[in-house]
Each structure stands twice: as structure tokens, then as C-alpha cells.
Write a protein that binds this ligand. Sequence first.
Ligand code: GDP
Ligand code: MG
Length: 163
Amino acid sequence: MLPVVSIVGRPNVGKSTFFNRLIGRRKAIVHDEYGVTRDRHYGETFWNGRDFTVIDTGGYLPNEMNVMIQGIREQVHIALEESDLILFVVDTKDGINTLDKSVAELLRQQEKPVIVVPNKADNEERRFNATEFYELGFEHLFPVSSINGTGTGDLLDKVVEML
Ligand code: GDP
Ligand code: MG
């Protein structure tokens, strides 16, 4: 079985855009048999000669805050069970928010390796601001732009090194 990398984070940070950039034209398999909060997309990709599976978590989440937090918790727990490495995506346009902090708390309670991925770092200023996410308490942080591809190579170098 290939190593598994899961993409987690609150809604709208760009998880699916990032997943699509990694998977490209290779087809994702959708597993939605468990209902909306377990809706997830699986794809295979490779970097530096290493093949691995990527999982995009998420899909529909309700707007109501408590219900949303519950849904995100569930997704993080499933991701932790099935993956070797977690990519914790956050948004450099919005900065740190409460939902990011609750995801961080869940991820810090366990041993799986985590890389923080401040997304939407489309320009120098956003890349610079991405350092604020060190506050979430993780050692590894790689800003990317899923739209223009900036930073994704450095991140993937680290991913395959840690797998
Ligand atoms: P998800 O809910 O975390 O899966 O987020 P989506 O992938 O659906 O993206 C949410 C919004 O953010 C969409 O409008 C995307 O086009 C936008 N987005 C995603 N990645 C980037 C990025 O790198 N830069 C910018 N500027 N926008 C992005
Ligand atoms: Mg999505």
C-alpha cells in the first residue's frame, strides 16, 4: 500500500484547489458512501520518484458554527486514522481564525507528522505574512499558492522526505 497524505483544514482555505494541483489530470476516486461529512476524494500522485496517495477531506459542511466544528473534528479524526502525514491547510488571505486553532489543537494531541500549509500565498507579501501561522505550534511550515503553483515544489520535497 502507498503512503497516505491527508489534506485537512477549515472550509474555503483551498484544500480542493491544492488537491487538484497535486493530482492534475490523474483521476480522483470519490468515496462518499459514509455521508456528507465523510465525503472525501482519493488520488495518486508522485514526486521525486515517490508514489503516494493524497486525500482531500471536506465537501459540504453546515454554516452553523458548532455543527461545523463537529464536522471538521470528525474529518480530522478519520484523516489521522488513515494517513501517514497531515497537510494542515490555512489561508494567508484571512490569517489565523478560531477554526484553525481548534484543528491545531486536535492535531497537536497526536503523534502523526503535520506540515502547516499557508495557502493563497500568491505574492511576496502573503508569503511573508504566512510566518504568523507558526503560532499554531508546528515546526514545519511551507506557504504555497495553489492557484499559481508557488512553493508547491519545496513543500513536496519536504513531504516525500517525511514519508
Ligand atoms: P476548500 O473548501 O478548502 O476545499 O477550498 P476550495 O479549494 O474550494 O477553494 C476556496 C476558494 O479559494 C476558491 O474560490 C478558490 O479559487 C480559492 N483559492 C484556492 N487556492 C487559492 C490560492 O492559492 N490563491 C487564491 N488567491 N485563491 C485560492
Ligand atoms: Mg473542498
